[in-house]
Design a binder for this molecule. Structure first.
Ligand code: ZN
Length: 265
């Protein structure tokens, strides 16, 4: 299994990050892509990837929530990080009109700039879109041809949005959202429509603890070791074997992020 999105730079992991990584390995994770989402987490994601070669990889970008922070200094630093071999994608970047933590115009500006950096660096993009498909799609479409690859992470949108992303040959990341009895209904219905070759799984830890997880951890924090619960829910929705889903999603992750085929010792 490969967790393509875990926010391991998050401070909720500060006290026990080593134990979290040990549990992830024990749970059968082959690799984890650590999400960078602002100036600080980008640096820490890279530090983590360097400390755990072959197991941890990093992204570098600015989440739409922080889009107001976009400036020349950050742009230059992300461009620099994008050249690091451990940084396997730009992002997370995109648009979030659900929380609206940053003005839409600032979000669009930071998103466009990061797509440009991804094209320059020749690296894939890790995309975030929530309640913003109408604005997000034309921007992505404009850049799609020039971009290497892209994943719409934590997909929770409509059938139409899914169709639009698949038409642009995007990978689709599924989180523990699918394990939510009520909220995940729509996603469970759509998951069988994703071609096996375009499906990825992720925890988005520490967020989105799978609600099916037994026993539920006391602190309600999600971690990569719980990825198997996402895999199981995806497999069930698709009428497939969890081991098969784990295998082909890991192969997809290696293809998209160009990870080495065999983990370094
Ligand atoms: Zn996200």
């Amino acid at each position: 299994m490969i967790d393509i999105g875990a926010n391991l730079a998050h401070d909720s992991f500060d006290a026990d990050r080593g134990a979290v990584l040990a549990r992830a390995q024990a749970a059968g994770l082959e690799a984890i892509v650590v999400t960078g989402s602002n100036g600080q987490s980008n640096e820490q994601a890279l530090r983590l990837a360097r400390a755990h070669p072959g197991f941890l990889y990093a992204t570098a970008g600015l989440h739409p929530h922080h889009a107001a922070d976009w400036d020349e200094t950050l742009a230059a630093r992300i461009a620099e990080l994008a050249r690091e071999p451990q940084v396997v994608a730009l992002g997370e970047c995109g648009l979030d009109y659900f929380r609206n933590f940053a003005p839409h115009q600032a979000q669009r500006r930071a998103f466009l700039a990061q797509l440009g950096l991804a094209v320059e660096a020749g690296k894939p993009v890790f995309l975030h879109q929530r309640d913003a498909h109408a604005d997000f799609l034309p921007i992505l479409r404009d850049y799609r041809r020039a971009l290497g690859g892209c994943v719409v992470h934590c997909f929770t949108d409509s059938a139409q949005a899914l169709e639009d992303y698949l038409a642009l040959d995007c990978y689709i990341g599924i989180t523990g959202w699918i394990c939510d009895e009520r909220r995940g209904q729509g996603l469970r219905a759509l998951t069988p429509r994703i071609p096996a070759a375009r499906l990825l799984v992720e925890t988005d830890a520490p967020y989105l603890l799978p609600r099916t997880l037994q026993p539920a951890p006391k602190q309600r924090r999600n971690e990569p070791a719980f990825l198997s619960w996402v895999v199981r829910a995806v497999a069930q929705a698709r009428g497939e074997d969890p081991t098969a889903v784990a295998g082909y999603t890991a192969a997809n992750a290696r293809r998209l992020f160009r990870l080495p085929a065999v983990r370094a010792a």
